[in-house]
Design a protein. Sequence first.
Length: 422
Amino acid sequence: MSVTKKDIINPAGNRNLLFAICVICYAFGGYFSTLMPVYLPVVVKELIADVSADDLNEVSAYIGSMFLLGWTFGGILFGFLGDQIGRIRAFVIAVSMYAVLNILISFLESWQMVILLRFFSGLGVGGTLVLATILVAEVWPAKSRAIALGILAVTFPIGIISTGIANNFFSDWRLAFLPGFIPLAAAFTALILIRESKEWTQLKQESLSKEEPSKYLALFESHNKKNLIQGSLIFGSMIIGLWAIFSWMPTWVQSLFPNPGQGQAERGITMMILGSGGIVGGSLSGFLINYLGHRKTLLITFAGCFVMCFIIFKTNQTFSTIIYPECAFLALFFGISQGTLSSYLPELFPTKIRATATGFCFNIGRLATAIVVFFVGALVHVMGGYGNAVLIFSITFLIGLLVTFYSPEAVAHSDSSLNKNI
């Protein structure tokens, strides 16, 4: 059976091509999100001659926080652009932005420019993750849509694992940023071979022909407002702790060695373990939800994250291999939480406001995370080390545990629009 041009450029006619492109770009979003934290001590020391410990912490905090700020605003901006100019066009812009800017980072000689480009590359990553999910959801059959989206989500921690591999493979940090040409090529393949879905095209035409009543007031109805606040606190408390740890774990590992030249392999292995644990945890989350429910699963993950953070950061003063299994258990709880939250939060809201409300919960949490990650660096000196500073922010897991305890169990929605709106 021959494949016509119409089949090639229509997402419904070639879902596998679209899915492959989204997987590549999603995975490299994970790669470039955590690549800088892996090389952060080396990058800052190379760009700032004779850098003091305080300056190292401050510059590192700016680099990490500005990326997360970009990610937050990118998710909002490109979600809006996807509705206005089309999913494919917005997707290509987002991927091109993070791909090109990360390639350019490899040629920089100024730490100020690194901060600037990390912010704008964060915009691209945030937009890519939102739009890749929408693209797959809109063209995939309803009966297997959840499976496809689950596989897509797992590719992000695969990207995280890849940063550990890159750390061990590239001794020069600049070379590790050059693979940005891979998602760039994938994005332009999408631009050339894939058209917008009929669903978006029809929706756009309908919106132009009639004035749609505002649905945003429904967000502030009593039951929705309560869920909105609780959902934001639950997601925010997990994501704050997660990114504080992921952003500063490599630097903390480095600080456990007496010689600044040591620790490269250990940093890479630690990030690979964190990513692997996330994949396993995310894969297990669905089974745990079916057996225990969303609330009980979340309660276990919040408690597990706090306990493992206490063990890791309070019992290890020098580096030993016991850190590896401890990080594996921590990552397992992280992975379970991400899979559970992706399912739990959308089901707290009715269909007409589900996308808006879920996006609000996600992005408010990330905005708070960007601020928190910066203050981890500021607290290093005050708290007497990276471990104590990160441990302070693991208290957010206890906040999430408390809010989850008083939150409702999610009621599954039977309509097929659920996955489409995540």
